[in-house]
Every structure is written in structure tokens, then in C-alpha cells.
Design a protein around this ligand. Structure first.
Ligand code: BEZ
Length: 396
């Protein structure tokens, strides 16, 4: 049986023998053949480990958007191919290659963990595959290593933590500590927190870390009373965040805990009383009163019996962004110039509020200040309005 090439003629890789068959036909015929088959959409996400629920919610929301579009994007049926990346950076490049070279995906949406993202990034830069990032905030992706085929629909690690630092500085906090996992997301969030706090005249006097995804928090928490700080900021997410917040409360520490919003996002039910009153900053919050959010939360709940969270929003927006691009080129992913042009110009209603793309292909959005109250991350203000990552070093 002749296999229709899974990727188009402008690609530089992996087409093998099937290329010759496609090359023999005319360009319009090739495009027609390529568009007649379903678009292969690779989802490389964590479906196991501490970030499993994050990957699930992203996936459900992508499926929701596609269903809302009648099962088609840019007029093409969509075939989803899922791969559990287990949040293991060491397997990142090989897993991305499996999806692109073995399974022949046209577009890759992935992932959650910044370290794994760097593996994906290496491969998609080499292959030219369109990649939409639905969570991982690794700053290099939209800074010095930015690429014309890579778009981020979520955030950069710098953004929410910078907003939190700004908010603390405005409150007059002079000395803070930062506690996190020792990997890109923790360090880059810490840099944002420090920069925001310093703007208000405060400083980060100590950073305490442990390896990802370890949860042996006790040796770190034991140091907090001796630090002489007015606040502790933290980056943790998923299962690790549940445990950290519970142990912080159980340790009876008097220093207020705050953080990048992932600390309490999607995990409040599991954290219970321990999370009450924690302030965080994020590009989403509960109770955002815009029509898109109201409709999205209902549809997500109906589909999954879960409450939507920022991860679901980012999955939905990754698919919204992809839909905008594919509609502009009528499903022809090979029309890269017009596809990327449409993606760069995209402005759309997200459940988080209106969003647009920066010249580094990073989402621009409000960073909300939230307080955990009775199981909700209630929005209590805007920490930074229409905040774009600086995009330092990106030349697109
Ligand atoms: C990251 O690794 O970039 C990340 C993981 C979970 C939540 C937020 C960021």
C-alpha cells in the first residue's frame, strides 16, 4: 500500500520513499491529497507522575475545542496521537522524534515540564514542525532560542512570578525567600519574583531548593523561621504543590506564603484548609466574569465533571490558536508563510480575557492577583496589565 506522506514537500526530513510519489504529482494535487487526509495532531504531555492531572486537563480542553468546531480544524478532520512524556526531560528529544518521525504528526502540542520542553524544542527547531506550547514556561523558547514555527499559548515562567513580586513590593514587603524545585521553571520563576519585588524596593534574601519531583520539604521548611523574612514565595505545581502547602501549614510557620499561581491552581480541593488565604499571581482565576470563561467552564464541566483550571484554559487556547492558523490556510499546514502570519497576528477571546501574541510568539495577558478562599482562587486585582515577556534575545 502506498503511504501518503504525512508531512508536506517543503519539509526537510523523514519523507523517505513516499516523497518520490508525491513529488511526481503537481503541487495543487499534492496539496489536495495532503488536505484530504486527517490532520495528525501530536499531544506530548504528562499523563503520569506529579503533573498527570495537568496533562489530562490540557488534553480534555483541546478535545473540547475540536468538538466545538465539529471535529475539524481548517476544514480537516483531526487525528489525535497522544504520548505520555512522564515529565522526564531525559526522554524529551526521543519522544518528540517518535511523534514527528515515526508517527508523522503535522503539528505537535506539548508540553507541561520546562525541561521536557527544551527537548521538544531542539527537535522542532531541527524538523520545522509547528509546535504550540500549552504550558511549559521555559523562557528560552520565546527568548534567545525562539523559532518561527514555535508559539506559546500559556505563559513564560517569568510572567506570573514577576506579577507576584510586584504585588508584594507594593505591599511594602522588604525581605522574602523563594522555595522551589531545582529546575528551569523554579529558577526562572524565582528570577521573575526577584525582579518584581526589587521594583518595589524589596529583595530576595534566600533561595531554597530541592530536586524535581522530590517532596522532602521538611529540611527546607525548618530553615524558614531563621531567615528573618516577611514573606515566602514558592513555585510548585500539581501533586508537589498539594503536599508543600499542606506541610507549610502543618509546620505552623508565621511567615505568609505566596507564589506563582500554580501553587494553588487546580489543587485547592486537595489542599483544603491549608491553602486558605494564600495569595498568588497567575493569568487566570476563578470567577472571571467574561462570556468566554462562563461558557468554557460549563462546557468543560459537562465534558469532564471537573472544574476548569488554568491548564484546561491553556489547552483550549492552544487549540483556539491552532484553529485560527489552520482556518487562514484552509488546513494546508504546508503554507507556512501564511500559517505563521495568521498565528502571529492572532487575537482571540480566552477564558482568561483577551489575548494577543508578542513578536516573540508568546502570549500577552493580564496577570491577576488571587486569594485562596473557600476552595476558589478568587481574583482580587490585576498584578500586571497586558504583561508581555521581555523576549530578550529573540530575533524573529
Ligand atoms: C514548567 O515546568 O514550566 C511548569 C510546570 C508546571 C506548572 C507550571 C510550569
Amino acid at each position: 500500500m502506498t503511504r501518503i506522506p504525512s508531512r508536506g514537500p517543503s519539509r526537510r526530513h523523514v519523507l523517505g520513499g513516499a516523497t518520490a510519489i508525491a513529488a511526481a504529482s503537481t503541487l495543487p494535487t499534492r496539496i489536495a491529497i495532503a488536505q484530504a487526509r486527517p490532520l495528525k495532531l501530536g499531544l506530548m504531555l504528562p499523563y503520569s507522575g506529579t503533573f498527570a492531572k495537568l496533562g489530562e486537563n490540557i488534553t480534555f480542553a483541546i478535545e473540547l475545542l475540536i468538538a466545538e468546531k465539529g471535529g475539524k480544524l481548517g476544514g480537516r478532520d483531526v487525528q489525535i496521537i497522544k504520548l505520555d512524556d512522564e515529565s522526564k526531560p531525559e526522554n524529551g528529544p526521543q519522544n518528540a522524534e517518535r511523534l514527528i518521525k515515526r508517527d508523522g504528526v503535522d503539528v505537535l502540542i506539548g508540553t507541561v515540564h520546562s525541561g521536557v520542553q527544551m527537548g521538544i524544542h531542539k527537535v522542532v527547531r531541527e524538523t520545522g514542525t509547528l509546535c504550540i506550547v500549552p504550558n511549559a514556561g521555559a523562557v528560552a523558547v520565546t527568548r534567545e532560542l525562539c523559532a518561527k514555527n514555535v508559539f506559546r499559548a500559556s505563559f513564560s515562567n517569568w510572567q506570573p512570578a514577576y506579577g507576584m513580586g510586584l504585588a508584594l513590593g507594593k505591599k511594602g514587603v522588604k525581605k522574602a525567600a523563594w522555595i522551589t524545585w531545582d529546575y528551569a521553571a523554579g529558577a526562572e520563576s524565582g528570577a521573575g519574583f526577584k525582579e518584581g519585588l526589587e521594583k518595589g524596593g524589596g529583595q530576595v534574601v534566600q533561595t531554597l531548593t530541592l530536586k524535581f519531583p522530590e517532596t522532602n520539604f521538611q529540611p527546607l521548611l525548618a530553615q524558614v523561621p531563621g531567615l528573618g523574612v516577611d514573606a515566602v514565595g514558592a513555585f510548585f505545581a500539581g501533586g508537589g504543590a498539594v503536599q508543600f502547602v499542606k506541610e507549610y501549614k502543618a509546620a505552623g510557620l508565621k511567615v505568609p506564603l505566596c507564589g506563582s499561581g500554580f501553587l494553588t491552581e487546580g489543587v485547592l480541593a486537595a489542599q483544603g484548609e491549608a491553602a486558605e488565604g494564600i495569595e498568588t499571581a497567575l493569568h487566570y482565576g476563578d470567577g472571571l466574569d467574561n462570556p468566554k470563561n462562563i461558557a468554557f467552564r460549563k462546557a468543560f464541566k459537562d465534558k469532564t465533571q471537573r472544574d476548569a483550571d488554568v491548564y484546561a484554559v491553556q489547552g483550549y487556547d492552544s487549540a483556539q490558536l491552532l484553529a485560527i492558523g489552520l482556518e487562514a490556510v484552509k488546513g494546508n499546514v504546508e503554507d507556512e508563510a501564511n500559517l505563521y502570519k495568521a498565528l502571529r497576528a492572532a487575537k482571540f477571546a480566552s477564558p482568561r480575557g483577551p489575548v494577543s501574541m508578542s513578536s516573540a510568539q508568546e502570549v500577552i495577558h493580564h496577570i491577576y492577583l488571587r486569594r485562596a478562599e473557600k476552595g476558589e482562587n478568587k481574583v482580587i486585582g490585576i498584578a500586571a496589565e497586558n504583561l508581555a515577556d521581555p523576549g530578550t534575545g529573540c530575533k524573529l
